[in-house]
Structure formats: structure tokens, C-alpha cells
Design a protein. Structure first.
Length: 117
């Protein structure tokens, strides 16, 4: 069984930065692709960024491409989402997920990010 625990969310002002962390346990973390998703109030969950087991990264939301970075530390079984120049529209619950085969099968509980204007 895999457990994913996110941390690092909070209430910040527009223009601030946050680094989200997702600590994994229960599997050989380094063998799996990971991703960050977010879900804003009244909207569907969307994938924000992904990183493969061999560190191929993708930012998948155009509005954050110049501001967010995903990276991982396999020694710490942790994946991160560095978020800079935050905007109110980045307000959402952020989730990390681990992919097994073709599906993101394991999810964290989510961490709230609120950006005030």
C-alpha cells in the first residue's frame, strides 16, 4: 500500500512563493512517475505538473509554465512543487499522485493553497 502525504500549503498574498512537498511511503518511490493536480472550488481537478521516474518533467497548465517547477528527491521519497509569483487564480486544493501503469492510482489527502489579492 502506498501513502502520500502533502504539506506546505497555506494562505499567502499574490506574488508570494510556496513549496509543496509530497512524501511517499510503501513502494519503491524512484520507480514511479508522480504528478501534482489541483482542484479549485467549482472546477474539475486538473493535472498541473508531472515528473517521470527518470526525471522527465512537464508543466501541463499554460498559466503556470513560467512560475511552477516540479522536482523530486528520490533519497527522501519526496516530490515537490515550487510555486512562484502566485496569483489568486492558483487558489485550490493541491494533490500529489503516484502512477501505476497508466493510471494515477494513489493520491494524497490534499493541501490547501489560498492566494489573496
Amino acid at each position: 500500500q502506498v501513502q502520500l502525504v502533502e504539506s506546505g500549503g497555506g494562505l499567502v498574498q499574490a506574488g508570494d512563493s510556496l513549496r509543496l512537498s509530497c512524501a511517499a511511503s510503501g513502494r519503491s518511490f524512484s520507480n514511479y512517475d508522480m504528478a501534482w493536480f489541483r482542484q479549485a472550488p467549482g472546477k474539475e481537478r486538473e493535472i498541473v505538473a508531472s515528473i517521470t521516474w527518470n526525471n522527465i518533467r512537464a508543466i501541463l497548465v499554460d498559466s503556470v509554465k513560467d512560475r511552477f517547477t516540479i522536482f523530486r528527491d528520490n533519497a527522501k521519497n519526496t516530490v515537490y512543487l515550487q510555486m512562484n509569483s502566485l496569483k489568486p487564480e492558483d487558489t485550490a486544493v493541491y494533490y500529489c499522485a503516484l502512477r501505476v501503469a497508466r493510471a494515477y492510482s494513489y493520491w494524497g489527502q490534499g493541501t490547501q493553497v489560498t492566494v489573496s489579492s
